[in-house]
Design a protein around this ligand. Sequence first.
Ligand code: PGA
Length: 223
Amino acid sequence: MLIAGNWKMFRGPEPAELAVRLAGLDGVDVVVCPPYTRLAACAAAGLRTFAQNVHWADEGAFTGEISAGMLQELGVTGAIVGHSERRQLFGETDETVARRAAHALAAGLAVIACVGELETEREAGATEEVLRRQVSVLEPHPSLVVAYEPVWAIGTGRTATPELAQEAHAFIKSLLDVPVLYGGSVKPENAAGLLAQPDVDGALVGGASLDPDSFLRICLAAR
Ligand code: PGA
């Protein structure tokens, strides 16, 4: 089980305090994805630390981007790519997601590649078509994990039912044989039910990861 906390553009918990809270948790892999300014502090505190994005070039004239090597210099060991907020608000496409993922994996970073349908796509019966398109650009790799995050469940308090999550996870795994995390309003109250599904291999937690108590409870539910 992998539980990843995506702090988004929030300062988040104090890394050293969080590390103390999470110490001794066995049977679950825990990752934090803080904003760039806190990556070094999280890594220094002994937390397994991923960035929220990574570029495909080693360096270059790409204002606002960051390379795998630069992240590794800080002790970062992985990155999220293709989060729906990147896709929706910052023009990320399947092609750029694929390039980011492939380069990061080749550079030795672990990757959490996010996929998921919009509410309108689900209503139109296009969920599988969308997932197939998003997953088809990814190559299997031992350090690749997919996060299924239905966009209508992110930050909305609406969570997919465990059955609906299971169905989507099984579909994704039929396309690509990698672990699949669930994301979208995961809270201490619903984590156990989601994580009990056979094809749910962990969670990508947004809002609830900003509160160490909630995050710890979700990690405990994963054991
Ligand atoms: P949420 O975010 O848990 O706040 O819905 C999940 C995510 O965006 O990864």
